[in-house]
Design a protein around this ligand. Structure first.
Ligand code: ACO
Length: 400
């Protein structure tokens, strides 16, 4: 049942809902989640089917347009995206201003926000065509900017995009090729990368998407809105969890330490969490985690990698799924539990994991920004319950 805010206000009430546990901030046609049944649909299509039968750019089109493209529409969309993969040469100086050891997410917050300096004065957010171009630009430039943040940290030259490659292949090329050596993209790795992007593409009003909508509700520049989304994603409770999972597995070390670790997680006086587990909405298996686990198996088998961390993760999952603490709280693996192991197998450094999430989530952020701007909307302005002092007179310095 939905209570309309107008009824709440007309009765002289307003709601107190820290964490937005029971508050819809908008209507949306983009993504549906049934957290109890573990269902995720984009435009009505189950995520499992999109991950298996579609690809990332087609999923982007679906999120932006509400329908899957026909062959001509897809070709046009892909070619428009690939036409915008380059970034302004001037942008490299923004990278060069950062310390080499800056976290790539810190760099991404800065450089994506900096795009607003390149596309601001002649951008009219009230014009649907201007909004669409901003959407295409962002989807096109994110892999280039993400790869540049890695190259900068590795002290290697930036690689230009190659528009003859697929979206995921091009990203891997910009990450791993150098001017002295080509990088032959393994098709299984490219497919896995593309699937990781599909699995992250949208997830309705999560913290980062809500941040993009909230920022956008002031009429702010779209690139600045996406930079705000990137900042919100970075935290370990959200997108930063994929990096945190690998750190957690590293810290645990081996299977013999699992029982001690689980004891710490269950201890109320210890803040340790089982990273990659739990979700605000899913009180059942995250459907993305199932596909991610399957993709993980495929990649490790194809690359002939035997990863003790995967074994550790599987044992941890088995223990948690049979432990009263996790069962009673309906804590299941989320999308981040297995993605890190695949990314590690592909050769992506841990510090880039959340950047990959940001790249994948960009169409979701921008689809919500477009949806908000395509109809009348209000500025997002939550209220508060004031708990500070009542009104009092100013106290001069000599009386304090
Ligand atoms: N490990 C151990 N206990 C947990 C975990 C976890 N990962 N997640 C929740 N709990 C416990 C809480 O301590 C709480 O226990 P209590 O009832 O005894 O106090 C109970 O489960 C309910 O948890 P909340 O914190 O109220 O759940 P909330 O919906 O606010 O948080 C969140 C969801 C932030 C995702 C949380 O589960 C978490 O921190 N998980 C680990 C980080 C993570 O994997 N984040 C990625 C989320 S998915 C994504 O963003 C892509």
């Amino acid at each position: 049942d939905v209570i309309d805010v107008k009824d709440v206000l007309s009765n002289g009430y307003f709601t107190y809902d820290p964490g937005f546990m029971a508050t819809s901030a908008c209507e949306s046609k983009i993504t549906f989640i049934d957290g109890d049944k573990g269902i995720l649909l984009h435009g009505g299509y189950p995520i499992e089917q999109l991950a298996e039968k579609s690809d990332y750019l087609e999923t982007c089109y679906l999120l932006l347009n509400g329908e899957l493209p026909n062959a001509a529409q897809k070709e046009d969309f892909v070619s428009r995206v690939m036409n915008h993969t380059m970034v302004h040469e001037q942008l490299q100086f923004f990278y060069r201003g950062f310390r080499r050891d800056a976290h790539p997410m810190a760099v991404m917050c800065g450089v994506v926000g900096a795009l607003s300096a390149f596309y601001h004065d002649n951008l009219d957010i009230n014009d649907p065509e201007h909004r669409r171009i901003a959407a295409i630009r962002l989807i096109a430039k994110m892999p280039t900017m993400a790869a540049m943040s890695y190259k900068y940290s590795a002290g290697q030259p930036f690689m230009y995009p190659r528009n003859d490659l697929g979206y995921a292949e091009n990203f891997l090329h910009m990450m791993f090729a150098t001017p002295c050596a080509d990088y032959k993209v393994n098709p299984i790795v490219a497919r896995a990368m593309d699937r990781i992007f599909v699995l992250h593409a949208d997830h309705e009003q999560n913290a980062s998407t809500s941040t993009v909508r909230l920022t956008g509700s002031t009429g702010a520049n779209p690139y600045a809105c996406i930079a705000a989304g990137i900042a919100a994603l970075w935290g370990p409770s959200h997108g930063g969890a994929n990096e945190a999972v690998l750190k957690m597995l590293d810290e645990i070390g081996d299977v013999s330490k699992l029982d001690d670790f689980i004891k710490r997680v269950k201890d109320k006086n210890d803040s340790t969490k089982l990273m990659g587990f739990g979700h605000r909405v899913y009180k059942n298996f995250d459907p993305r985690a199932k596909v991610m686990k399957q993709t993980c198996d495929e990649v490790l088998t194809a690359l002939g990698i035997h990863d003790p961390q995967l074994e550790l993760a599987m044992k941890l999952e088995e223990i948690a799924l049979n432990d009263e603490y996790f069962v009673s709280r309906k804590l299941y693996p989320n999308v981040d539990f297995y993605s890190g192991i695949i990314l590690k197998a592909i050769g992506i450094p841990t510090s880039m994991f959340t950047v990959i999430f940001a790249l994948g989530r960009t169409p979701g952020w921008i689809a919500h920004w477009l949806e908000m701007h395509s109809a009348p909307y209000k500025i997002s302005r939550p209220r508060q319950l004031y708990t500070g002092p009542v009104q009092r007179d100013f106290v001069p310095m000599d009386k304090r």
